[in-house]
Design a protein around this ligand. Structure first.
Ligand code: GLU
Length: 561
């Protein structure tokens, strides 16, 4: 390819909410491939494929734009969003290009390369059933081609619904795929597929072919789920007199067990938890059942039914189930770093060669090559992704970590921004970085800081009981004695607290710090897990600590004495 030539790739999602990780990888490869040639020679387009009327383009279904932006995947041409978009080959929403499609459709009809067909769904189903009974593959029988001109015009005049079918040439089709090599489709394997639907919209096949051509797309990089569509696109390109773009189909992304990675995995995780807990009715939250009775029973009645996304989330939260992440947004909320997710996704289908595994987008752009894209399905290994995320967090300077955590909290944990002082926030970042695999970890570990004292409930667990009982003296006895010492302190920092608590433990707990630190932890967080104890107390402050010790002594009154 000469360096002067313009490379144009496109990412063409259908609006359906958040972006699946497979889509994110496609978009990333489209960008990397184009930019490999330098910004002057390579461009990526974003086109919204919204001609299926069930897929509307309202804000919720366009959430994938935010996911792309979060990942740092920008587009040169397409809908304007943040710093991306613009261009003069639009409109970039297919629903706004109907007149363009109609013009090309009319050309095909006039040249006899396409024809109207008036069969009803029932008639076609009958023909399908006949083929099945005769153990023959079903192909449309071209009955509509037998209609006379007069019959067609009468049917049209009577307002009979129709579709338009493309008259597929009777010859084998070979497509060269940059990843898969030669892909051959035998003559008669394709039937006369529909290019225009009865609802007055083009099918995906017609729209995609026209758009790719008119938008000057040179390389179509997309998921292997579209491989079967490619021969249809190629015959349409030939009929419309368009050049064929270069194709590259990317392998699917699977779960480690080889199943498809889809939202259904989240549903399965919930069903397992419901079964284990033996729940027959929806659990109840503060304001009634978490799932309304009718949806609950409909969901349980059918294994293939799925809860709405907000219901899924509420139920998972109530049951304490960690849902497997599927969409980019799931990973974002779980505290993964966008550059780490991109790095990991790049490895699911491509490798730079050698042992190198951790790299950034700039490296990918410099080195990306379709020749190193693998053919076989890739398995998504969450542990490996988590290990990459941990490495990236550990490699950050403390101020970088703090600023990333702040950005995360602004979106996902606003209480940490609203309620903590700057100093407290810094302390949260500093005391958690070393232990954090995700940006969510500090938020989980420090919930106690943003909850009002009254909401700290002492957990009913073995470890809490062990911390509070024992002795004599019991954990509660230690708390009672330490409280007055802590209340008298004039300085509230790690060194002072360390001095006081350790001296206390020497004197009253045979030097066993845990005997004292664990009850303190229970008092201030309700649990036995928190960041290092002195950090925890410093973050909470003196007044908060004393108030929580008092509350804990009240709550555990029965076994405190
Ligand atoms: N709109 C299609 C989808 O969301 C992609 C079409 C293509 O890349 O050709 O899967």
């Amino acid at each position: 390819m000469s360096p002067q030539e313009l490379i144009r790739t496109r990412f063409a999602p259908s609006p359906s909410g958040h972006l699946h990780v497979g889509g994110a990888r496609t978009a990333m490869f489209c960008l990397a491939f184009a930019k490999r040639y330098g910004s002057d020679h390579g461009q990526m387009l974003l086109r919204i494929e919204d001609t299926d009327q069930r897929r509307s383009s309202d804000a919720a279904s366009m959430a994938f734009l935010e996911d792309l932006e979060w990942l740092g995947i920008s587009w040169d041409e397409g809908p304007k969003f943040g710093d991306s978009g613009g261009g003069d080959t639009g409109p970039y929403f297919q629903s706004k290009r109907l007149s363009i499609y109609e013009e090309h459709l009319n050309g095909l009809l006039e040249r006899g390369q396409a024809y109207r067909a008036f069969e009803t769904a029932e008639q076609l189903n009958e023909k399908r059933a006949e083929a099945r009974a005769a153990k023959q593959p079903y192909r449309y029988d071209r009955a509509a081609l037998e209609l006379s001109e007069k019959q067609v015009s009468d049917l049209l005049a009577a307002g009979t619904p129709y579709v338009v079918r493309f008259k597929v040439p009777d010859e084998a089709i070979t497509v060269h795929d940059e990843v898969l090599g030669e892909v051959r489709t035998e003559a008669r394997q394709l039937d006369d597929f529909i290019i225009w639907k009865a609802d007055g919209f083009p099918t995906y096949h017609l729209a995609v072919v026209i758009d790719d051509a008119l938008m000057g797309v040179t390389h179509v990089i997309r998921g292997q789920e579209h491989l079967n569509n490619t021969p249809k696109h190629v015959v349409l390109q030939d009929a419309l007199g368009f050049d064929r773009p270069i194709y590259a189909h990317l392998s699917l992304i699977m779960n480690p067990d080889g199943s498809k990675m889809s939202k259904r995995d989240q549903d399965k995780a919930l069903r397992r938890a419901v079964k284990e807990a033996g729940l027959e009715e929806s659990p109840s939250g503060a304001s009634g059942p978490v799932i309304e009775a009718a949806s609950w029973s409909a969901w349980l009645a059918r294994k293939d039914a799925q809860l709405q996304p907000d219901e899924t989330e509420r139920l998972a939260q109530e049951l304490g189930v960690q849902l497997p992440e599927i969409n980019v947004n799931d990973f974002r909320r779980a505290g993964y770093l966008p550059e780490v997710l991109l790095n990991y996704l790049a490895l699911l289908g491509w490798s730079p060669g050698g042992d190198l595994e951790q790299f950034d987008m700039a490296f990918l752009i410099e080195n990306f090559d379709l020749k190193r894209v693998v053919k076989s399905p890739a398995r998504f290994d969450r542990d490996k992704l988590l290990a990459f995320n941990l490495d990236a967090i550990q490699a950050m300077s403390s101020s970088q970590f703090e600023s990333r955590l702040r950005t995360y909290c602004e979106a996902e944990a606003p209480l940490f921004i609203e309620q903590l002082t700057d100093l407290q926030f810094k302390q949260v970042a500093a005391s958690n970085q070393e232990r954090s695999k995700t940006l969510r970890d500090p938020v989980d570990a420090c919930q106690f800081l943003v909850l009002p004292t009254e909401s700290i409930k002492i957990q009913d667990s073995k470890s809490v009981r062990r911390a509070m009982a024992g002795g004599p003296p019991t954990g509660a006895d230690h708390l009672r004695q330490l409280k007055s010492q802590l209340a008298d302190l004039d300085l509230w920092d790690v060194a002072t607290l360390e001095g006081v608590v350790e001296a206390y433990a020497q004197e009253h707990a045979d030097g066993k710090l845990g005997k004292v630190a664990q009850p303190l932890r229970v008092a201030v967080t309700g649990t036995t897990v928190s960041p290092p104890i002195y950090d925890t107390l410093v973050m909470l402050g003196q007044t908060g600590t004393i108030a929580r010790i008092e509350q804990c002594l009240d709550q555990t009154g029965s076994h405190a004495k």
